[in-house]
Design a protein around this ligand. Structure first.
Ligand code: ADP
Length: 424
């Protein structure tokens, strides 16, 4: 029996939620897509990672319902639909349509009640009077207004969500949240009586998240960013369903350590520089050389074989903007990206085949490519290295089904010494 079954609309968002749940004392597994079998490890929560944020609404609904069916088959007590803390969506969805389909399935057509709350105060995402703030500015004044796929030009979440759903959208304002759990529950009842199906919640502090968490104890479906997950574990502790309240140690591994990096973010560039400056073994891949011949991969793996076995090695395509633009001008943006992702994924697989058992991957897309090349479908979530980046464990056919530890770091996460600190 699962305490929580979550459906996340993207991969790194799923990890973010899983990380929050682990910190709350749950044993958590993240699956890549809807699993076709049982879990590799025991878990209190499963986060099914979809890639449904910007696909057609009907596809997002179909995938989310498939995830729900699997989670229901595992007897998940509560369901959590996880989206981005900047409420990334288009006027067509997919937050509204997916929420509606989940409510229909769980409670019957047009029935049921849920919340919507992307707030994550630790990460500077707060909701006040139904308006989402990113740091000190409204969502619509933040960089999100220029997002290539989901430009967010309205910070009023009641209005944004109402445009995506048939159900009536309401608001639980901060003055109610601040009065605590009893007042919040009373307001839920009032909204339900008014025919509201989805209540946007204000939240500006972790204390708000804890009171909201208490008020959600009996709410079957929660829709939110990862922040709301902070307030839920206390309910299971109170019911005695979560007694162990500790992070499940990941299965032990022994072997070599390596880093592959395809992120070109400011943070990752600094991490690569820091690693090199320490005199550690690092090999840079050149996209133009990858395009010119297949030998580049074999040469890179031969270089890896020649490195001392103690301490991590690094293979990277990470480059400063000018260098990236040169490669993109020569090869095209898409081809440059594909070449690098493919190469790093093949190298990651080669490294695991050669005995690497702890692997750090830098870059969201790069992580996706590596996980796919390693044939991984489930990640058990372990302790956090830096905010948003936990160690995980997975079984991979590349090491004959043995366990392997992976840290999948999205671009701007992690301290400058991340590539050595992770292994310490
Ligand atoms: P982030 O999490 O920082 O966004 P991603 O891995 O998601 O990192 O995206 C980085 C993209 O840049 C990948 O598609 C990667 O293949 C590509 N890339 C990496 N290095 C280079 C380079 N030197 N030239 C061009 N593209 C690159």
């Amino acid at each position: 029996m699962l305490l929580l079954g979550a459906i996340a609309d993207d991969f790194t968002g799923a990890t973010d939620l899983a990380n929050t749940l682990v910190r709350g004392g749950l044993r958590c597994v993240q699956t890549i897509g809807v699993p076709d079998g049982q879990l590799d490890t025991e878990a209190d929560a499963v986060v099914v990672a979809l890639k449904s944020r910007t696909i057609a609404a009907a596809d997002a609904v179909a995938q989310s319902l498939a995830a729900l069916r699997w989670l229901q088959a595992q007897h998940a007590e509560q369901i959590y639909f996880k989206y981005c803390s900047t409420f990334d969506s288009t006027p067509q969805g997919n937050i509204g349509p997916v929420t509606e389909a989940l409510l229909d399935t769980l409670h019957g057509p047009g029935q049921g009640f849920t919340i919507a709350c992307p707030a994550f105060p630790t990460n500077q995402r707060t909701v006040f009077k139904g308006h989402l703030f990113v740091g000190d500015v409204l969502l619509s004044d933040s960089g999100m207004r220029n997002h290539p796929l989901t430009p967010m030009t309205d910070a009023n979440l009641v209005r944004v969500l109402q445009a995506q759903t048939q159900r009536k959208v309401g608001l639980v304002a901060h003055e109610v949240i601040a009065q605590g759990v009893a007042a919040i529950r009373k307001r839920f009842d009032g909204l339900r009586a008014d025919g509201v199906g989805i209540a946007v919640l204000d939240a500006i502090s972790d204390a708000d998240l804890m009171q909201i968490g208490l008020a959600l104890a009996d709410v079957k479906l929660v829709t939110a960013g990862s922040g709301i997950a902070m307030g839920l574990p206390q309910n299971w502790v109170a019911h005695g369903a979560l007694a162990h309240a500790n992070v499940q140690a990941l299965p032990a591994v022994s072997g070599r350590d390596a880093v592959v990096s395809g992120s070109c973010s400011v943070a990752t560039n600094a991490q690569v520089r820091h690693f090199r400056d320490q005199g550690r073994p690092a090999l840079q891949l050149d996209p133009m050389a990858l395009a010119a011949s297949d030998d580049a991969l074999a040469r890179a793996l031969a270089w890896c074989d020649a490195q001392p076995p103690d301490g991590p090695l690094l293979v990277y395509a990470t480059a400063e903007p000018a260098e990236v633009q040169r490669a993109q001008a020569e090869l095209g943006v898409a081809r440059a990206g594909e070449l690098v992702e493919h190469a790093l994924a093949r190298i990651a697989r080669g490294l695991v085949e050669r005995g690497v058992r702890r692997l750090v991957v830098a870059g969201g897309e790069t992580s996706g490519a590596v996980v796919q090349a390693l044939g991984i479908t489930q990640l058990a979530i372990g302790a956090q290295i830096d905010p948003g980046v936990p160690w995980t464990a997975a079984r991979s056919p590349a090491c004959n089904g043995d366990w392997l530890h992976l840290a999948l770091k999205s671009g701007n996460f992690g301290s400058t010494d991340f590539f050595t600190k992770a292994f310490a």
